[in-house]
Design a protein around this ligand. Structure first.
Ligand code: MN
Ligand code: MN
Length: 491
């Protein structure tokens, strides 16, 4: 007999677990989080914001550690990879060979990148060609206010110019047009994947011709008969809008058209993070995949008030949305090299063997969002094995798709170890798989950390409308995910 023993599992509601103090802390935390989102719409912006905040909290650039320096337990460091990926470290009391604790997220998000040669003029508009980044539904990016974030390098990479347009209250925004329904008969009959094509994602940059265009001045009264290039508007077709735009850009930023070849320009939604719903329970914002896990894990490290036993590392990768590739992605050896730095800082005689032991003994939370159950689209989920908004941090034992392909299947030992820690701290959690089997799926950085021999499990905040220009999360989940990361780091 199991008298009084609860045998059946019951999921918990994250809102009902909050006491008054938690609730106040949650509201404050989410206000900070929204400010972070508005200031961090690209991976570069996120790195800048987080490093500045870390420096204020006593974190120091790892590159400044001297060859003979042995950092004391409690020392705080950060490391930045090409301005697009970063890590924050607190040195623990133990030899890192016995394992570290890490949480890794990604700070890139689906968006539209400028093509290398973006600018052109057509029929009175200056436009910019884009190439989308990550998995988007292209039709979601039209007829909505957009912002531009970017960097341009000049002088052999020595001079960096940051550009942000569309974020300030008084800034203009950018825009991609859609067809009016009256003339969209053909378009509306198309498959959703081709309603808006990639080559139609052209950003309207300007529409006012240059006043010092000679053609404009000579124009008055001209019939325009001589035109044969398909442009209307008489003879003033010599890229006068584009020229005016280039002058405007040059006056403000000192950049010429050729400089766009030396640039990374990203188009993102201009909308700001807002509370959603009359009861303010949800947060709507662009790029919560995966900046919600980046911010909650960062704050968990920052808010730690004791010197940890194990060395702690919060990793934020780039390029997750296109397969974790490249030298700022999680497949690169940047994190492994960083671990080698940490190991050799502890003992200068330590090398690759100690590194391998350290990573093999490391526990890693792959902090990434998952799909929340959406009552409007119930058919894609198995209701027993799906995350619900508001029910706490969601753990995914395995990701991947179609027979767990591409998954890092977390071991039952690790799941037990992590969940028991959360139960000890009374933190609501849920276990999930993303979607019904064979409906689809998705990967995270987990498998690349597993390649280093680490024990990895995916966990993070459930999201509604993931990868859309305006994603939704539950404040309760944001808060409990933060608390879960604190609990994991404290151990
Ligand atoms: Mn993600
Ligand atoms: Mn994603």
């Amino acid at each position: 007999m199991a008298d009084g023993l609860k045998l059946e599992y019951e999921s918990r509601n994250g809102w009902l677990v909050l006491d008054d103090r938690d609730r106040e802390e949650m509201v404050r935390f989410c206000e900070d989080y929204k400010r972070f989102l508005d200031a961090s719409k690209t991976e570069r912006d996120a790195v800048d914001v987080l490093v500045a905040q870390a420096e204020k909290n006593g974190f120091r650039d790892l590159n400044t550690v001297g060859r003979d320096e042995k950092p004391l337990p409690g020392s705080k460091f950060y490391a930045v990879n090409r301005d697009k990926s970063c890590a924050f470290i607190i040195i623990g009391k133990n030899d890192p060979v016995y394992g570290m604790k890490m949480i890794g997220s990604h700070i890139d998000a689906p968006r539209l990148d400028f093509k290398p040669r973006p600018l052109y003029e057509d029929s009175g508009f200056a436009l910019a060609k884009t190439h989308y980044y990550g998995g988007i539904k292209k039709y979601q990016w039209v007829a909505t206010p957009l912002a531009l974030h970017g960097v341009v390098y000049s002088e052999m990479g020595a001079r960096k110019t940051k550009i942000t347009i569309g974020e300030d209250e008084n800034d203009p925004v950018l825009y991609i047009s859609d067809l009016l329904p009256h003339l969209a008969q053909d378009q509306m009959g198309k498959n959703a994947a081709s309603v808006i094509t990639a080559e139609q994602l052209n950003v309207i940059m300007g529409s006012v011709p240059s006043l010092d265009c000679p053609a404009v001045n000579a124009e008055a009264g001209s019939s325009g008969d001589a035109e044969d290039d398909g442009h209307d508007g008489g003879r003033c077709d010599e890229n006068t809008v584009k020229k005016a735009l280039l002058k405007l850009i040059f006056d403000k930023y000192g950049i010429r058209e050729a400089d766009f070849f030396r640039a990374e320009i990203e188009i993102v939604p201009a909308a700001k993070a807002k509370d959603v719903g009359l009861d303010r329970g949800l947060i709507g914002a662009y790029g919560q995949d995966d900046r919600v896990c980046a911010y909650t894990s960062f704050r968990a490290l920052l808010d730690l008030d004791e010197i940890p036993e194990s060395t702690l590392l919060i990793y934020m990768s780039d390029k997750e949305e296109i397969g974790s590739v490249g030298n700022t992605g999680a497949r690169s050896n940047w994190l492994e090299n960083l671990c080698l730095e940490i190991v050799s800082m502890y003992d200068r005689s330590y090398g690759m063997l100690e590194l391998r032991r350290a990573t093999a003994n490391t526990k890693f939370l792959s902090a990434d969002v998952t799909a929340a159950f959406d009552p409007t689209f119930p058919e894609v989920s198995d209701k027993l094995n799906v995350a619900f908004a508001g029910k706490g941090i969601a753990f995914e034992k395995c990701t991947g798709s179609r027979g767990k392909s591409g998954a890092s299947d977390a071991s039952a030992q690790l799941v037990s170890c992590v969940l028991d820690g959360l139960d000890r701290d009374n933190i609501p959690w849920q276990l999930t798989e993303m979607g019904k089997v064979d409906v689809g799926g998705g990967g995270t950085i987990a498998q690349f950390m597993a390649d280093l021999g680490m024990d990895v499990i995916d966990c993070g905040v459930p999201v509604i409308s993931m990868h859309s220009p305006y994603e939704l999360t539950s404040k309760a989940d944001v808060y409990w995910t933060y608390r879960a990361y604190v609990s994991f780091l404290r151990g």
